[in-house]
Design a protein around this ligand. Structure first.
Ligand SMILES: Nc1nc2c(ncn2[C@@H]2O[C@H](COP(=O)(O)OP(=O)(O)O)[C@@H](O)[C@H]2O)c(=O)[nH]1
Ligand SMILES: [Mg+2]
Length: 160
């Protein structure tokens, strides 16, 4: 029988996009304040990754390998970051549900948030969320979404 377990997520996004702070907020944990240097599995359900794994193309393989152990891929984009390191249609590589999270909503304008959502959609995120890890806005909604069973997970990648 297949073992029931809590969905595991992997946070993927550039350096400073707010991945570690988001993981901290979701788990109510005080994580180390220093920069994320390596892959961390937090509370056995969140993979926090260094931004370099995305930014440096030669490291991207590490994200693909780790994503095999995740149930949901989560792209993270800061609303106040003009650029994005997420390649167009990046989600297609994972063959799994891909969510997108816009962080830093507390310090962003409506148009910045809108642009960040667009960037996540361009990267292939199927569902998007807007949060602030400072005020807690949107965090509970996002937490509930990742706890849901991901039935009929996206299998588009299997179709040639
Ligand atoms: N205002 C605001 N700052 C945030 C938020 N999330 C993260 N930050 C700040 O953004 C910086 C980078 O966050 P961090 O979680 O280390 O990013 P990471 O490199 O993606 O792990 C830190 O100074 C955080 O305090 C947020 O929702 N709002
Ligand atoms: Mg980090």
């Amino acid at each position: 029988m297949e073992q029931e377990h809590k969905n595991r997520i992997i946070l993927i996004g550039p350096t400073m996009s707010g991945k570690t702070t988001l993981a901290q907020k979701i788990t109510d944990r005080d994580l180390l304040k220093h920069k994320t240097q390596s892959l961390n599995l937090i509370d056995n359900f969140i993979f926090d990754t260094p931004g370099e794994y995305l930014e440096m193309v030669s490291y991207r393989g590490a994200l693909s390998v780790t994503s095999a152990d995740a149930d949901i891929i989560v792209f993270v984009q800061s609303a106040i970051d003009e650029s994005t390191a997420l390649p167009p249609s990046y989600a297609a590589l994972f063959c799994k549900p891909v969510f997108g999270v816009v962080t830093k909503a507390d310090v962003a304008s409506e148009s910045q948030i809108k642009k960040a959502i667009e960037q996540l959609k361009m990267a292939g995120a199927q569902k998007t969320f807007v949060v602030s890890s400072v005020t807690g806005k949107g965090i509970d909604y996002f937490k509930k979404a990742i706890e849901k069973k991901q039935e009929g997970a996206i299998k588009k990648c299997l179709v040639k």
